[in-house]
Ligand binder design. Structure first.
Ligand code: CUK
Ligand code: CUA
Ligand code: CA
Length: 640
């Protein structure tokens, strides 16, 4: 057998992207895509594999023992987790379980994590699955403040918060009246009190419309289905208020002055089938006037639905026709836009057409003007609409006046200049918005620039999270990895510098310089109210059928060598890791009882289970910690 047959991926690395156009990725979409006839577009770059040679060799490598310059925090899609990578190396450092179960950490297994995820009356988890798409940290003064990262769960409509000091999920909130919670973005300032210059709210867009009382009694009339925009308190994680809208929400962006939040809408038709969702030529980017909404809530101008107590204000078009009192502003945007991103100078939002070859540039000040009654037509807030290529999705900015948009169908990243696009829109024929293009492999979804979602966009890197890797990596069976391609954007020309294989499926990520991330390396034992602070405190306490086992770990022993319970007891094991040495983690597993978790230095965790199987069970350390790691075990004796 030739190499070729055994390993079909090997010979086709240099195949042009054109090879893939017209295949699966395009099939369902092509019908709705208008032709791109922008003759001014720069020619496509050659395939990336030989794009950096010679002088650049080693420039983007991180040598053994060296640290990466950037963190990348990435969603995990249907894995339900969030991930931490280093850039430029692409090394994966950590998978943070959020909505999923995880048998390393014991997420979904320990009592503490179950409480955060949410349980049913019988103590079992309410949900075992999640679908994370968008990760955005909290802000202070227009840049990241290192407190929290917020991430959505599209399946069950939940918002999670991750503490950036421990990089662990600490709160999860389920949004009422919501299905398909997609876009999420924290505010960057208070809309009223500008002295509050940090994140206090998190905005959440619901993609799917559902009957507002989703009780099985009103399912047939799809035109009465509704989508809701939600505001969650960043500290308490309680839902503050919601807005009833026309059409749907999708991605979310917020302004730098805190005044506006917005969401792109691809289904203004409120269609139930995909054909119905692409019948109109213009959908919208929907803006929310945060201060006015909060005034309306204060004034009691709201309703509640379906047993939820959260105030819901009316943001529909008909009820907001007068700009001077309007809570919402619908800015028409060509066909099924996907993604909306605020520019680092705070002036613009880029909202891409997806089924139109354009990106629309909306001016922030003009939207505010509309709310003041000084701009007649919301569409006049659009100040540029360059034709950039087929299937434009997400846009990143470099802080030097350029935007970088992913082109899903063209498998390219297109770099366009904001000022040139505005001039061209005004009729200046000499202005050429598109300044560069580069092929990516293949079909990019999100693309994002280093610090591009902050006022400190540094214009160094663009990462393209591609939806298909096809032939880019060694074949690993029908489930392919995805490609995250690192592009150097510091020069005039984009330069592809690395292919990183990533496990399915990151949607959005952010890139933060390492100086902005300060984590704790060891826990504080006093942060755990149930900590067992001394090995001498290890004991078994019984109250009727409830047994509590107080346990410590200290390499290479657990505080009790054995303990005895009776069949049918409800056993709670509380385990504190007394080791103080950085990185000295222990694990704890009980065979046949499906229990496994780790305790990091000075950390305490607990598990509760019914001892329903009599016999001897070796509880052992699962995390290699010591030369006598294998000897680190205790016996649980369950009497018949
Ligand atoms: S969506 Cu996935 S590529 Cu969920 Cu941010 Cu656009
Ligand atoms: Cu403790 Cu291995
Ligand atoms: Ca549409």
């Amino acid at each position: 057998m030739s190499d070729k047959k055994e390993n079909p991926g090997q010979d086709s690395v240099n195949v042009s992207r054109r090879h893939f156009i017209g295949t699966t990725a395009v099939a369902g979409l092509a019908v709705g895509v208008a032709a791109c006839n922008d003759k001014s577009a720069a020619p496509a770059a050659s395939a990336g594999s030989s794009a950096h040679a010679g002088a650049d060799v080693g420039k983007y490598e991180v040598a053994p023992g060296q640290l990466d310059e950037y963190y990348s925090f990435s969603s995990g899609g249907h894995s339900g987790e969030m991930r931490i990578y280093g850039l430029p190396s692409g090394r994966l450092f950590k998978r943070i379980p959020v909505f999923n179960m995880d048998c390393l950490v014991g997420w979904g297994i320990t009592n503490e994590s179950k409480k955060i995820i949410g349980t049913k009356a019988d103590g079992s988890l309410k949900y075992h699955t999640g679908d994370t798409h968008h990760v955005h940290p909290s802000y202070k003064d227009g840049t990241y403040d290192g407190r929290y990262i917020f991430v959505n769960d599209k399946i069950h409509g939940r918002l999670a918060r991750i503490r950036m000091d421990t990089m662990e999920t600490d709160k999860i909130t389920e949004l009422p009246l919501v299905q398909g919670f997609h876009g999420v973005f924290p505010d960057k300032r208070d809309p009223v009190d500008q002295a509050i210059n940090y994140t206090t709210r998190v905005f959440c867009g619901a993609e799917f419309s559902i009957p507002l009382d989703n009780n099985g009694k009103n399912m047939n009339d799809t035109k009465d289905y509704r989508s809701i925009f939600s505001c969650v308190d960043a500290e308490t994680m309680a839902v503050r208020w919601q807005v009833l809208i026309d059409g749907n929400c999708d991605l979310v962006a917020t302004s730098y002055d805190g005044k506006l939040a917005c969401t792109n809408q691809y289904n203004t038709e409120n269609g139930a089938h995909y054909e119905d969702m692409m019948t109109v030529e213009q959908d919208a980017c929907l803006f929310f006037n945060v201060a006015r909404i909060e005034e309306a809530v204060k004034a009691g101008k709201f309703k509640t639905y379906g047993g939820s107590k959260v105030p819901v204000v009316d943001g529909t078009k008909a009820s907001n026709a007068d700009p001077k009192t309007a809570l919402t502003c619908y800015v028409p945007i060509p066909k099924n836009p996907h993604g909306v991103n605020a520019s680092p100078d705070g002036k613009y939002y880029a909202c891409s057409g997806k089924l139109s070859p354009t990106a629309s540039l909306i001016e922030h000040a003009l939207v505010l003007k509309w709310f003041d009654g000084e701009l007649k037509n919301p569409r006049d807030a659009v100040v540029a609409e360059p034709e950039i290529g087929l299937g434009p999705l997400h846009t990143g900015f470099d802080g030097r006046g350029n935007a970088y948009t992913t082109l899903f169908l063209d498998s390219q990243i297109v770099k366009w200049n904001v000022e040139a696009a505005i001039k061209s829109y005004k009729g200046d024929k000499s202005a050429k918005p598109v300044v560069d293009r580069i092929d990516v492999q293949y079909q990019p979804g999100h693309g994002f620039t280093s610090m591009g979602e902050t006022k400190d966009a540094d214009g160094k890197y663009f990462l393209s999270d591609n939806k298909f890797s096809k032939d880019r990596f060694l074949p690993v069976g029908p489930l392919h990895p995805e490609t995250a391609q690192l592009i150097d954007i510091s020069g005039d020309k984009m330069k592809l510098v690395a292919d990183h294989a990533v496990y399915s499926e990151p949607h959005d990520s952010i890139i933060i310089p390492r100086s902005l991330v300060r984590t704790r390396q060891v826990y504080d034992i006093n942060d755990f109210p149930n900590a067992v602070k001394d090995a001498k405190d290890c004991r078994v306490e019984r109250k009727g059928k409830k047994v509590t086992v107080y346990l410590t770990s200290q390499a290479p022993t657990f505080g009790l060598r054995e303990w005895t319970v009776k069949r049918g007891d409800e056993v709670t094991i509380i385990l504190t890791n007394l080791d103080k040495v950085e990185d000295l983690t222990h694990g704890f597993a009980i065979p046949k009882y499906d229990i496994q978790f780790i305790v990091n230095p000075q950390e305490t965790k607990s598990v509760t289970f019914i001892a329903d199987k009599p016999g001897v069970y070796w509880c052992y350390c699962t995390n290699f910690c010591h030369a006598l790691h294998l000897e680190m075990r205790s016996r649980m004796l369950v009497e018949a």
